[in-house]
Ligand binder design. Structure first.
Ligand code: FES
Length: 166
């Protein structure tokens, strides 16, 4: 059983959920089941809307990393995956810091999943530290795809609020 903690500027606070060991659900599916509003579109590694940053509770522990070619291509386009990251993943079994939620399956490790609420964090490309429009700040506009009815845009500036809050 792995603990997956989601955090984002558009959430009221971190939320931890359990992923069953041996389950093959992606982080995106796990998020949807728990009303975590990670933006998404294609669900197939093609659009990069579901960009996430992954932090491992035990980063030095080797993992069996499976990066699909689509995921590698998209993360490289966004400036979120370097040649060193690919070599670390494929040769040393060390996980890369950024993934696509629709491609990443949590196994038995505890992880924290961070996302901005902007699809692909602005899809701007650029540096590993975020690049233009690529940081983990709250979105100026609500995510285009937002399935959790509990959350709704509450102002023209796109501030996200829980329907239950004042
Ligand atoms: S939803 Fe399109 S890449 Fe994940």
């Amino acid at each position: 059983m792995a603990t997956v903690t989601f955090t984002s500027p558009i959430m009221h606070g971190p939320k931890s959920v359990y992923a069953v060991a041996g389950d093959t659900k992606t982080i995106l599916v796990l998020a949807e089941e728990n009303h975590i509003p990670i933006p998404f579109d294609c669900r197939d590694g093609n659009c990069a809307s579901c960009l996430i940053e992954v932090t491992y509770a035990e980063p030095s522990v080797k993992k069996g990393i499976t990066l699909t070619e689509k995921e590698k291509l998209k993360l490289k386009e966004l400036g979120k995956l370097t040649a060193q990251d690919i070599e670390d993943a494929e040769v040393r079994d060390l996980p890369p810091p950024y993934r696509l939620a629709c491609q990443f399956i949590a196994r038995d490790e505890d992880v924290t999943i961070s996302f901005s609420g902007r699809a692909g964090w602005g899809l701007s490309g650029g540096s590993r530290s975020g690049g233009k429009g690529g940081g983990l700040s709250a979105p100026r506009t609500p995510p285009r795809i937002f399935k959790d009815r509990k959350y709704q845009a509450t102002s023209s500036r796109g501030t996200m609020k829980s329907a239950g809050s004042a």
